[in-house]
Design a protein around this ligand. Structure first.
Ligand code: ADP
Ligand code: TRP
Length: 334
């Protein structure tokens, strides 16, 4: 039996090292590891971007950047179904149908929605202030993305686990009523790098403005690395290796002896944060030099990027039409 792998990313900013370590790299690795028995779907979740981003030009630009990022890092569009969510309008139809088997209480528990309410409470605002229905319904749209293609495995960062569990719940409710139509997905997270910290030590996120973009120019990237916040321990003092510099280093440095050297330098003392940052910046340079060139070439050829997206849409849309017609029959629309 084939294993279907599917994941998406919103075009809400330039992909950063958190995205790279938490999702992009593990997804590309999983695709490689399952090349024989697997089928992969990677898409740009642009409907999902609309609830937070109202700048059309920005969304378009970020879409190209995300597409070029995946291609530059090795995604092969001939082998992977690589598409824009909005090129598959059947997904919104499925969302609409699934909303009828989704309890409102489930959506009330959504972390993203609850986080917004908590912020409002702290600020003494009306609890639903700034919450649009796109945010509230976000998990149903994400369930439709996943369930449309009978996905088995969803590689994501830790913050997305709940969404995949919701997709399972929603599929379960649907199947309970209409029979076994939808496949129950499982999430897959990378064990030891669940959340990459940003420059300020909080989760690296576009929303916190604390990111290091994957294809930042080398000088700016080095500067960003030098800005990573640390404590004020002296070079000779022993340090907790569970710090931002080492967490990133162990993800990007392929030479395990070098990784061990940094680890030992921190644990035993002797390695200062400044030197460790230089090591990290060097590794990033090495790892990204080739892909960066490719990224720049791709960004200069938008026509090609459009073609890649169109090719992907053509492939998956046929499958989506088949699935939606099955669902329509099951629920009594056809
Ligand atoms: P952001 O929080 O910057 O808006 P997204 O929500 O677009 O990022 O996340 C895209 C993917 O990257 C998701 O699978 C998410 O879990 C993963 N991801 C985002 N930030 C991090 C991080 N700091 N560490 C690990 N994974 C992350
Ligand atoms: N919600 C995901 C994020 O913020 C993006 C996403 C949308 C997604 N649909 C998906 C991820 C389906 C995996 C599967 O990162």
């Amino acid at each position: 039996m084939t294993t279907r792998i599917l994941t998406g990313i919103k075009p809400t900013g330039r992909p950063h090292l958190g995205n790279f370590v938490g999702m992009i790299q593990p997804t590309l690795q999983l695709i490689k590891d399952t090349a024989k028995e697997g089928e992969a779907y990677v898409f740009i979740a642009n409907y999902h971007a609309l609830n937070q981003d109202k700048d059309a030009a920005q969304i378009r630009k970020n879409t190209y950047e995300v597409v070029a990022t995946f291609l530059a890092l090795g995604l092969d569009p001939e082998k992977v179904n690589f598409y824009k969510q909005s090129d598959v309008p059947e997904i919104t139809e499925l969302t609409s149908i699934l909303s009828n088997v989704t309890p409102k209480g489930l959506m009330n528990r959504s972390h993203a929605y609850k986080a917004q309410r908590d912020r409002n409470e702290e600020l003494g605002k009306e609890l639903d202030d700034g919450v649009n229905m796109g945010l509230f319904n976000y998990p149903i749209l994400m369930a439709a993305d996943i369930l449309m293609f009978d996905t088995n495995i969803v590689p994501v960062g830790k913050d997305q686990i709940q969404h995949v569990e919701f997709a399972r719940d929603i599929a379960g409710s649907f199947n309970h009523i209409y029979g076994e139509v939808l496949t129950l997905p499982e999430f897959r997270i990378k064990e030891d790098a669940a959340t990459v910290p940003g420059l300020d030590g909080r989760k690296m996120s576009k929303s916190y403005n604390n990111t290091i973009p994957v294809f930042e120019d080398p000088k700016a990237m080095r500067k960003a690395v030098m800005r990573i916040v640390t404590d004020s321990k002296l070079p000779e003092e022993p340090k907790d290796p569970d710090n931002t510099i080492f967490q990133l280093y162990k993800e990007v440095e392929k030479d395990s002896a070098k990784v061990k050297a940094m680890y030992d330098g921190f644990v035993n003392g002797g390695l200062g944060y400044g030197d460790a940052k230089k090591m990290l910046a060097d590794s990033l340079d090495d790892m990204l030099a080739e892909p960066r060139k490719k990224f720049e070439e791709l960004m200069a050829n938008k026509k090609y990027l459009d073609e890649v997206m169109q090719m992907g849409a053509q492939k998956v849309r046929k499958q989506a039409m088949k699935k939606i017609s099955k669902v329509r029959r099951k629920v009594g629309l056809d």
